[in-house]
Design a protein around this ligand. Sequence first.
Ligand code: HEC
Length: 151
Amino acid sequence: MKAFHRVALALALALAATAVSAQTSFRRPADAVHYRRAALLVMAHHTADLGAMLRGATAFDPARARLDAQVIHTLARLPWPAFGPGTDVAGTQARPSVWTEHPRFLRDAERLQQATPQLVAAAQRGNIDALRAAFFRTVKTCKACHDSFRR
Ligand code: HEC
């Protein structure tokens, strides 16, 4: 292999490694807690905003509903890799069951991620009944996980 190719390969591998670790590893356990709580907080803010519009507590704004659905859909993938081993530390509201029953926890996370594409699709169509149904299915998955895994 020519020297240039070896350097290019080494660079490509280093970049790939960075891309993976950016999502799944944190310098300190407290950073993982901060990251996942921040992601959950932002996701919850947009869930509450959409919920208020669907209840009629605030005026329905289709563009805002589309943004809310998209944010929920995107953020629904983020918190789970931050619940790695060794991150059951001070400052978390997660129950120890997150770690002792991790496969079940990840299945609950998967249920949320299976619900959000329909939320996005209904928001895109601007169909309030479909959106309300998809929203109800989505928040049921939040509650199901909290009942088992959050203090
Ligand atoms: C797979 C399980 C799971 C699902 C699904 C889930 N959560 Fe949570 N949630 C947790 C856990 C565990 C915590 C505690 C995290 C921590 O403190 O480390 C949490 C924390 C939170 C918090 C507190 C954030 C903070 O300020 O610390 C909010 C708000 C929240 N979730 C809202 C939601 C909403 C809204 C949904 C659905 C759209 C949702 N969650 C879906 C497990 C889940």
